[in-house]
Ligand binder design. Sequence first.
Ligand SMILES: *[C@@H]1O[C@H](CO)[C@@H](O)[C@H](O)[C@H]1NC(C)=O
Ligand SMILES: *[C@@H]1O[C@H](CO)[C@@H](O)[C@H](O)[C@H]1NC(C)=O
Length: 545
Amino acid sequence: MWNWFILMLILFCMFYSSKSSSVRHFPSDFMWGVGSSAYQIEGGWNADDKGESIWDYLTHNRPDKIDDHTNGDITADSYHQWRRDVQMVRELHVSTYRFSLSWPRILPNGYMNHVSNAGIKYYSNLIDELLKYNITPMVTIFHWDLPQRLQELGGWTNPEIIPLFKDYARLVLELFGDRVKTWTTINEPWHICEHGYDVEYNAPSYNFPGIPAYLCGHNLLKAHAEVVHMYRAEFQQRQGGRIGITVDTSWQEPRNRNNPDDLEASERTMQFYLGWFAHPIFSRHGNYPKVMIERIRNLSKQQGFGERSRLPEFTTEEIHRIRGTSDFFGINSYTSFLVSPNDHNNSAGFPIPSYNHDVGVVFDQNGVDWPSSGSEWLRVDPKGMYHLLKWIHREYNAPMIIITENGVSDRGGLADYARVDYYNLYLSAVLDAIEDGVNVRGYISWSLMDSYEWKAGYREKFGLYHVDFNSPQRTRTPKISARVYANICKTNAIDWSYRPELNEQQLQAAARLPAESVARTNSAATLSWSCTLSLLLLLLLARHC
Ligand SMILES: *[C@@H]1O[C@H](CO)[C@@H](O)[C@H](O)[C@H]1NC(C)=O
Ligand SMILES: *[C@@H]1O[C@H](CO)[C@@H](O)[C@H](O)[C@H]1NC(C)=O
């Protein structure tokens, strides 16, 4: 019995060390990138004639809604430090820099009657600097920072947003489309609508469950589609670029894979989360997922809303107009959740009605050995990335996928070996999916540098570069992960044995920074040590049996 157990353990350890020491290569044309977003890094919140965004408004008027009561007024000061940013992008050996344009920096009130020359110049300079070094700009037209004036009209819940977004998009496509060849219209629609309108996690922080999030999603999908049709009709041929959308998603792992109810809960949650925005655009027939339409219609009726579902309906013409409006499938994904069905008569603490009650599952991240991170919601489950990619491949008929965000947070430090492990593990899972036929063409790590992390303020760090938020220049220093990621991009391969120590530049920088920035455990090394130790222990035990 013991001998058998030890044999298994030896095999496991051998398997682990062979996996961890091997070098695995990506396809030769694989695209590597790094990402950021305007509100999180730019600062200059009222520089020149920039208008107020919903994030300026929220953080200034309701600082209590932000964990550390901070704001993005200055943050990493990329409005002034953009040359250094481009230098960092070059140091990483990536071919692509993904960043976003701030709508109120370009159109201070959201409308075309006031166009900011300073805002245009800022982005134009950034794009030129990237091109000078052969780095491809990948530009997000909207990454959450809506002009506050438009929020006063109801933001994404008002259909008026559709022509306004189209005007703004036309302007930036005209201004930058000669130099920018990859566009995404909107970043993370689920977060915009569910976290902005249903619950109070993101600006505009409505906390109005069950109704406006669905109006937001409805208008957002139409606005996205209009911009893509405009690009295809007026710009694409002449400018030769591509356009798509980036949806956010997490893998929804059934709590118990042998329980059909949990499997169904997993599938339903995938449809409600990813499918809400992906099904209308990427599925064969378009429209919202069937399960979403039926459940919300049934629940609306039970709740006394009558025959009109809280989920708005598309006309047949709208379904056709939205379907197919993305040249690639952009996904942001960080973690997984465990799901099981919600008891039919139990709201699981969710208000009725609400989006979460409509989904009808209980979300959890406990009871599995997924390592934690600097964010409460983010547990490390690389296998979840594999399942997610396979699910998208099956569900949407093998689309071309670009992972537009993936990364992990911690609470600070230059010796960020946990982040190194995360990248190696998640990229291995991506490679497993590619080897199993999933069409993943690129990977953009999140994030270039420590940033203003929305509701979490400055507590959670996602950067490959550390930013000293106390220094006037917002000094940037590469973390260990920056050197490892640069090596991955340069060699087009994951090399588990590449785990550099802090170099002279990093040690000098660390000496100037608070203590949190220095030592951290090297967790992969810890794992192989504990593997060896437990093996020795078991051998000893076995001798006594
Ligand atoms: C909605 O209600 C109908 C009629 O009661 C039922 O047949 C159907 O299964 C329900 N659909 C969902 C997804 O709950
Ligand atoms: C559901 O809960 C409500 C309130 O607690 C209760 O009145 C009702 O009888 C329950 N229904 C079922 C089917 O258990």
